[in-house]
Design a protein around this ligand. Structure first.
Ligand SMILES: Cc1ncc(COP(=O)(O)O)c(C=O)c1O
Length: 415
């Protein structure tokens, strides 16, 4: 009996238009991350003895702090943690409120102005359900994290991309938005510290956003997934700006700044009516994160040493990366935040190769020297280097930088 799908199943015609309708599962387009995976496999097959240097991973390389894992081990055995957590337990929301006050200077009511989420990805997927009707617009920065845009389209809305250009210091240029688009805009999704550009926000920028939100009557969702990884200034919350809590919410995550990426925990905070709407939608999607995880996360939120250590580790690694890349000709500087370096793509090689875009350059680095980066061509050709590579200690980091420099030099890159 054949196991392959020779003919379409009877339900091929039933797939919704939002995932491709009757063409679902038949696309041949290969997406960026799949291309990277294939190039990695080929590099490993062609050069089995050449170690892959992976700057492509967007996930923390360390486990959560030992004290947090220890706390989790205790919480997991408590009978009161066993059941549905629904919209969250009070102790997590209270710890999030303390964190917002202590680290970001934002005072929030943990009962009405904070709600947990099973990672910020899920929160970004649910917020459009609170606001978007067919025909509405979500403004999203590009390059960016696409989840809120995908769900906007699921609800019949459309996405207008705001390019983050180097010449605008990676801030969106709101003056380019037409009156007709403003009229239809319900939601603006921001993300600072920004992934992948590494830009941190300024008070002036956020003030402009608040003013625009009042003028054009839209809601702001500021994705703060990388919040504590802020290097050029103390972490800046959108909600610390005068008037911001009247226009939106901020979405926080324990994934990046607390090495808790697989634990799936974060929170949404801001205007109480928006939090209520989010909680209503969420209540129809999930039954809350395991209370033991919320308890361990609450413990982590009260332990400033944890995010401080994560931030300092990635700051150190980024500094080493920037120095190394500069030494081989890249024009880059220390990012303001995140664990990514976003740098203009080399134009080609001394051997006469020309890269048409970042994707070609990235493929060249993988296939020729087993160096993995992520290409971004949404707003000019850029390569993203992540410093979440695995290295046991500082000596291992230095050795990795030296090896990378040697391999990059051998390519004769031109800028
Ligand atoms: C900009 C941005 N927002 C949100 C997320 C989602 O994070 P999590 O769901 O782990 O909180 C990510 C993860 O890569 C991200 O880069």
């Amino acid at each position: 009996m054949s196991t392959g799908i020779a003919t379409d199943p009877y339900f091929q015609q039933l797939f919704s238009d939002r995932i491709g309708g009757s063409n679902y599962g038949k696309g041949t387009a290969i997406y960026k991350f799949e291309k990277i995976k294939r190039a990695k496999r080929k590099a490993l097959a062609d050069y089995p003895h050449r170690e892959l240097i992976d700057f492509g991973i967007g996930e923390n390389d360390s486990m959560a702090a030992e004290s947090v894992r220890q706390r989790m081990a205790e919480e997991i055995n408590k009978p009161e943690n066993r059941g549905y957590a629904d919209n969250g337990i009070a102790s997590f929301k209270e710890a999030a409120a303390r964190f917002m006050q202590r680290r970001l200077g934002v005072q929030l009511d943990p009962v009405t102005e904070i709600n947990h989420c099973i990672g910020s990805k899920t929160a970004l997927s649910m917020l459009p359900a609170c606001l978007i009707n067919p025909g509405d617009v979500t403004l999203m920065t590009a390059p960016g994290y696409p989840v809120a845009g995908t769900h906007t389209k699921y609800y019949g809305g459309s996405v207008v991309a705001l390019p983050l250009l180097a010449e605008n210091q990676f801030f969106p240029d709101f003056s380019k938005i037409s009156a007709e688009t403003w009229e239809r805009t319900k939601l603006l999704v921001l993300n600072y510290p920004n992934s992948p550009t590494g830009k941190t926000a300024t008070r002036e920028f956020y003030q402009e956003v608040v003013e625009l939100a009042h003028r054009h009557q839209f809601v702001v969702a500021q994705d703060a997934a990388h919040m504590v990884l802020s290097f050029d200034q103390e972490p800046l919350s959108f909600l610390s700006i005068d008037g911001a809590r009247e226009v939106g919410v901020e979405i926080h995550s324990m994934s990046k700044g607390f090495d808790m990426i697989g634990w799936r925990i974060g929170w949404v905070c801001g205007h109480s009516r928006l939090i209520q709407a989010f909680a209503d939608v969420k209540d129809n999607c999930d039954s809350g994160q395991f209370a033991a995880i919320q308890q361990a996360a609450a413990f982590a939120l009260d332990s400033d040493d944890i995010p401080n250590a994560v931030r300092e580790k990635y700051r150190r690694r980024l500094q080493k990366l920037v120095a190394m890349l500069k030494s081989v000709g890249f024009q880059c500087e220390m990012p303001g935040g995140t664990y990514f370096l976003y740098t203009p793509t080399p134009a080609g090689t001394v051997g006469g190769l020309e890269f048409a875009n970042a994707e070609e350059a990235s493929q060249h680095l993988i296939t020729e020297q087993s160096i993995v980066t992520v290409p971004w061509d949404d707003a000019g050709p850029f390569l993203r280097f992540s410093v979440t590579y695995v290295a046991a200690d500082e000596a291992a980091e230095d050795a990795l930088m030296a090896e990378t420099a040697q391999r990059l030099k051998s390519l004769g890159l031109q800028f």
